[in-house]
Design a protein around this ligand. Sequence first.
Ligand code: HEC
Length: 156
Amino acid sequence: MKLKLILVALVIAVSSCGGNDKKEVKKEAPVKEVVKEVVKETAKVNPMDDKGVGPITNITLGDIDESLVAKGKEIFKAKCTACHKIKKRYIGPALKGVTQRQSPEWIMNMILNPEKMIVENKTAKELLKEFSAPMANQHLTQDEARAVLEYFRTKN
Ligand code: HEC
């Protein structure tokens, strides 16, 4: 009787060990995939971590630069108001508060590289679905896009 119990215990111990080993192997194999998923999930939780795709990889913002704001406002009026208003949804989204919902890099990449953004970036793809018209490349220089970003910073 005792021997039987010991045997049963042994069998359980061995089989559960085997089970654990298998699980560990499964867990370790796709580490890269898991990391990718986590990065994606984080970007979903905090869109400010999503820099988008394009030439702008890192921007440090300082205090509002009023002369840059004025320049950005002119560019916005000339090149963007065909589709955007600040306070109202039009052909594209209302841009009020855009600097609160997207990172500065994302905004500049959306201005400079919309063709790729609406294909490769999750947030931009979702916007395209919602607005059905694609955001147009207005061929701004990086400096011009930076000025428009400064203007948007005053529209929260
Ligand atoms: C032909 C119409 C059109 C023009 C011109 C246009 N846009 Fe857009 N824009 C859109 C649409 C539509 C979207 C939504 C995304 C999409 O559908 O591709 C968008 C999205 C955006 C977004 C993201 C908004 C958000 O809520 O996250 C920003 C920022 C933006 N545009 C800035 C600009 C700027 C700056 C200009 C001028 C240089 C400009 N757009 C010119 C149509 C346009």
